[in-house]
Design a protein around this ligand. Sequence first.
Ligand code: SDX
Length: 379
Amino acid sequence: MSVDELYRPGLEGIPAAKSSISFIDGKQGILEYRGIRIEELAEKSSFLETAYLLIWGELPSNQELKDFEHDIRYHRRIKYRIRDMMKCFPESGHPMDSLQASAAALGLFYSKRALDDPIYIRNAVVRLLAKIPTMVAAFQLMRKGNDPVQPCDDLDYAANFLYMLSEREPDELAARVFDVCLTLHAEHSMNASTFSAMVTASTLTDPYAVIASAVGTLGGPLHGGANEEVIEMLETIGSPENAAAYVDDCVVKKKKIMGFGHRVYKVKDPRATILQELAEQLFDKFGGDRYYDIAVELERHVENRLGGKGIYANVDFYSGLVYRKLGIPTDLFTPLFAIARVAGWLAHWKEQLEENRIFRPTQIYVGERERVYTHLFER
Ligand code: SDX
């Protein structure tokens, strides 16, 4: 086939790797992590157990999980120099930019590279999974003018993050729901930020640079940034009665409706279904959210108008409603996505190193050739 025949904008449908980490059937709405259905993991597993499964390929034994949880628990603190660096960040800066900068800064403290050493790999996995939540929470407190809250070693992964945001121990249901959200967002095959991580990993740079690349990619509104845009969209719509007109307007103007559509899923994203259930659990206990009524009505109209094109709710549509009920500020929604997706990015980083070849695609050159240089005085 010629390069013209091979070319696909956005590499749509082009396999970029062979992977055994996650499987998606976009027509059936199936998502499996290492062959286990996401619904089972959401119900029966925890985020850290799921992260272990994604990265090392098997569910951990009781002792392996205890050791992993212990190591993560005792690596949550960040160097004071990183905190001091973050104090110089403008309060108006977006938390995703703060996270990208601080994730890259981690590499300054762990500059020794040993990519063929399983101990080095495990240490990098532990440090990144343990410290990323602390850096997200630290920026949140500091941009409000407060000192960051030190991690609470008595709390598990999800509860500790919520604690570091508020300095209060979270409600048990809130912590459990947040842990499930992390599991749901942990991995999703060859998405843009994972592909970005793999391209960076393929040059054999350090894992901190790999994660910083992926964080930068996730932040865009067409990818992980959509969860924040969905809340702003619901605010704009204002009431369920306005949902139909909003959809019609977007269709006429060919404007993308945030939280809908997916390169792979052509039915409702299975993660959206679970997130909707989690939101309803929180509403039952803590009271409703008027944005939810708008969201349900909007989803109904989008399905009516665009379902025929395979456009349905994706993971970003209901996640923001869960986070709102957990009291999390809207511009932290994408950093929450990043905290979870560190597991998937690290899984693909490790898999890439096992059979690495630097990514260097080709192009179809459409520019001019052999032009003559014209001197400045001639232009
Ligand atoms: C995530 O890849 C992953 O796995 C990502 C993710 C993960 O876990 O990592 O699942 C997380 O990024 C979820 C997606 C979050 N983004 C959004 O919700 C933003 C809104 N969605 C769209 O931008 C879009 O659906 C994408 C980017 C998600 C997918 O876009 P594609 O596959 O490139 O589809 P496309 O832009 O080529 O659209 C195909 C058609 C077009 O219509 P036609 O020109 O053929 O008439 O579908 C239409 C589009 O206009 N369309 C939409 C739409 N998404 C696609 N129309 C209205 N609203 C939308 N949201």
